[in-house]
Ligand binder design. Structure first.
Ligand code: GUN
Length: 291
């Protein structure tokens, strides 16, 4: 079994980005600037956003964190987005999801200038992705493609099962893996909560991407020998033996699935750090597009 080390791979990518930034400095070009908006004080979201901002410093980007209270209105959030859309120094920005219930997420994502949409969530960019046109790929699926590529995991002609059909991970993942691209050309099954005979389907998979948000859902009895497993899930489970009172669990029951795997991502240290690295990559692209 080979552990897919997302932490190490993301460090490699960040070093490559840092070099590109240093070169831009030498050439007198603009330094990339990423902004992130967070609404409310969900603990997990605050951790993710602060990791994104920290990662900017690591590669030499400028960053701006806009921290809005839970009771921010939809209109106020739209105003903040309008300001970032106009700000010439901001190359890209993200609105951390999920948003509080009283805010219409679709309306917010539509308001982001597609040229600054480094999350790749705007319908224009989703459409471009589907048509294999150059665009910002959503960071988590993009990170998984990069991990597969850097570990030389063959996808062409393979049976891939994606568990979960979210707009952020499962759906775009299934599209990318089926396309004529590096680490594409797979035969993809997109399974979800209404899927019948799931175990029959997962047992035939050469590669499984688990992104359903149910901790330790995929167990050893559901996979075949030699499977490659990508675990996107990250849930805080209460654990009194831990100093902070919780432990992080993926969507994969690691101990049983690892026994049968040829490749598997750990949680944490697998997909999570890759997501951040690819967000930086998109931001560098957004900035260099304007050269
Ligand atoms: N929430 C969970 N994943 C993501 C992501 O990739 N981007 C944003 N903006 N919010 C998220």
């Amino acid at each position: 079994m080979i552990l897919l080390d997302g932490k190490k791979t993301s460090e490699d990518i960040k070093s490559e980005i840092a070099e590109a930034v240093a070169q831009r400095k030498t050439d007198g070009k603009k330094i990339p600037h990423l902004a992130a908006i967070i609404v409310g004080n969900d603990g997990a979201s605050m951790t993710y956003v602060s990791s994104k901002v920290k990662a900017c410093a690591r590669v030499g980007f400028n960053s701006t964190l806009i921290d809005l209270p839970e009771d921010t209105t939809e209109e106020q959030l739209l105003d903040e987005i309008a300001i970032l859309n106009k700000d010439q120094d901001i190359d890209g920005f993200i609105v951390q999801l999920p948003l509080p219930k009283h805010i219409d997420e679709d309306k917010i994502l539509l308001a982001v200038d597609p040229n600054k949409d480094v999350d790749g969530f705007h319908p224009v960019n989703v459409g471009k992705m589907c048509l294999e046109l150059p665009t910002f790929l959503p960071a988590t699926p993009f990170g998984i493609m990069e991990l597969l590529e850097r570990y030389n995991i063959e996808t062409s002609g393979k049976n891939v099962v994606v568990l979960g059909r979210s707009n952020i991970v499962g759906r775009p993942m299934s599209i990318l893996l089926s396309q004529k691209r590096k680490c594409g050309n797979a035969t993809v099954t997109l399974a979800h909560s209404r899927t019948k005979n799931l175990k029959e389907i997962t047992s035939q998979a050469d590669i499984i991407v688990a992104a359903i948000g149910i901790p330790e859902f995929l167990t050893g009895d559901m996979v075949k020998d030699g499977v490659s497993v990508i675990d996107v899930g990250i849930t805080r489970l209460p654990d009194a033996s831990k100093k902070n009172g919780f432990r992080l669990a993926g969507d994969v029951h690691f101990e049983s699935v690892k026994e049968k795997s040829s490749f598997i991502t750990p949680v944490p240290g697998g997909v999570g750090p890759m997501t951040i690295a690819m967000l930086l990559k998109n931001t560098l692209l957004a900035c260099s597009r304007k050269d």
